[in-house]
Design a binder for this molecule. Structure first.
Ligand SMILES: C[S@@+](CC[C@H](N)C(=O)[O-])C[C@H]1O[C@@H](n2cnc3c(N)ncnc32)[C@H](O)[C@@H]1O
Length: 231
């Protein structure tokens, strides 16, 4: 398996987006110096870029395996909160002619905290760096578009697939996107996301498949593939 190309700034984002990438030494530093210094300084300058690249590539390969059966060529894919987009790079390596629309945010919280955020005030991305990572890893410019959740109009296409790993209904309420997703999906669109309250979705979707169960204390959640809004 090839590892991703990334520079220090992109590796910094990956570490903030994926807590598994924080090694034990950095975890100790976060405890000692607090979240502000960790988010803005240590997580950027105290990382080994090669190691982050290798670990991030391996994690994303495992994530890809969990949703592989929904992949095929020529799909319109909507990615909500994709982080720096490692999953999409793997999809692009496996299948031709997919187009990707990324809805993301363009700021890094001063003190990154993980967990449910009722106001959806947390984010850890930089849209310039997202674009840089995608291009460095051979996703062609014509095959993707990046949409700023806070500033841009959301696209009105119909999508074959929506992916949102550890973002929608993991950090913030599904309701924020519910009506939008109704408009951009069809009866055949699969919407894949990780949620901390899987039963809630029995009243929203006609069909739900559980793809993964995470019982880890930080990531206590289920990955669902949902299809067909009930109304
Ligand atoms: C924990 S990270 C997960 C990133 C990536 N999906 C992964 O699995 O590595 C959550 C992501 O959601 C993004 N985010 C937060 N609020 C969002 C919103 N309202 N719309 C889209 N993305 C959002 C954050 O900026 C961050 O990149």
């Amino acid at each position: 398996m090839d590892t991703f190309e990334l520079d220090r700034e992109i590796a910094h984002l990956a570490v903030l987006q994926r807590t598994e990438l924080i090694d034990p030494k950095l975890r100790k530093i976060r405890k000692l110096f607090g979240r502000y210094l960790f988010s803005n300084f240590f997580s950027k300058y105290f990382i080994n870029i090669k190691k982050v690249s290798k670990n991030y590539s391996e994690i994303m390969q495992i994530e890809y395996n969990s949703i592989e059966k929904f992949m095929k060529p020529n799909q319109n894919i909507l990615c909500i909160g994709a982080g720096i987009g490692g999953l999409e790079i793997i999809i692009n390596q496996q299948f031709l002619n997919n187009t990707f629309h990324f809805i993301e945010r363009n700021f890094i919280s001063k003190k990154v905290r993980y967990g449910w955020d009722t106001k959806n005030s947390e984010a850890y991305n930089d849209l310039k760096l997202l674009e840089k990572f995608l291009i460095l890893n051979h996703l062609k410019k014509n095959n993707f578009k990046i949409i700023n959740f806070d500033l841009d109009e959301l696209p009105t296409n119909k999508y074959n697939l929506v992916t949102s790993l550890y973002s929608l209904d993991f950090h913030y309420d599904f309701e924020i996107y519910k009506n939008y997703l109704k408009n951009v999906s069809t009866e055949d669109t699969f919407i894949i996301f990780d949620t901390i309250r899987p039963d809630y979705f029995n009243q929203i979707f006609k069909s739900i498949e559980i793809l993964k169960t995470e019982n880890d204390t930080v990531h206590r959640s289920k990955r669902l593939a949902c299809r067909g809004f009930i109304n």
